[in-house]
Write a protein that binds this ligand. Structure first.
Ligand code: C5P
Ligand code: MG
Length: 203
């Protein structure tokens, strides 16, 4: 990893947005970008871009993992995130859909930068499935279908929810129920980030 040289860790704010598939991570991030000038990095989007990049050595592997709702080995994902952080040259990053596994959380915070806080969007599987199937009508995503959605839920429960519990130990998690409308959810998300930057300014 080359992070030490390229990213000055001291003044970087990293916020992780976690939640099951279809919980609205990307949607809430778009609103936070408008209000707080974050660079938004979606781990899933970065993986899909790499999968489609001509000549990618890991493209086929990524496709297989996504199709099966499994988690791509963290070397790949952390490498893509680190590159995107260096390329974007910002000190505010909103990272969605990552970490998806406790080992990813520990490796990222050790090698790249520590997160300031975690927003966990809590949602029932019924609502998430409904949203994903709706999105699947137009998304063209190979994983927005009933069969893969079931696998994604299983992966979330087994591997990704433990990340939320891991961060709870450090008192970093803000849990937001997210079955309401986009604006109602955002009304609960926004004050958390406002407070974060207020506290940072006071330091
Ligand atoms: O977050 P999103 O729903 O876009 O992720 C789609 C898929 O990308 C996941 O189901 C998983 O296969 C893969 N992914 C991953 N590791 C991450 C984020 C996404 O393997 N940290
Ligand atoms: Mg997304």
């Amino acid at each position: 990893m080359t992070s030490e040289a390229k990213l000055s860790k001291d003044d970087i704010t990293v916020v992780f947005i976690l939640g099951g598939p279809g919980s609205g991570k990307g949607t809430q991030c778009a609103k936070l970008v408008e209000d707080f000038g974050f660079v938004h990095l979606s781990a899933g989007d970065l993986l899909r871009e790499e999968q489609q990049r001509p000549g990618s050595e890991v493209g086929e592997m990524i496709q297989n993992y996504i199709k099966e709702g499994k988690i791509v080995p963290m070397e790949v994902t952390i490498g893509l995130l680190e590159k995107a952080m260096i390329d974007n040259d910002s000190n505010r990053f909103l990272i969605d859909g990552f970490p998806r596994k406790v080992d990813q959380a520990m490796a990222f915070e050790k090698e790249i930068v520590e997160s300031s806080l975690i927003i966990y969007l809590e949602c029932s599987e019924e609502v998430m499935q409904m949203r994903l199937l709706k999105r699947g009508e137009t998304s063209g995503r190979i994983d927005d279908n009933v069969e893969t959605i079931k696998k994604r839920f299983k992966t979330f429960i087994e591997s990704s929810y433990p990340v939320v519990e891991y961060f709870r130990k450090f008192d970093k998690v803000h849990t937001i129920p997210c079955e309401d409308s986009i604006d109602e959810v955002y009304a609960k998300v926004k004050p958390i980030i406002t407070e974060l930057f207020k506290q940072k300014e006071q330091k």
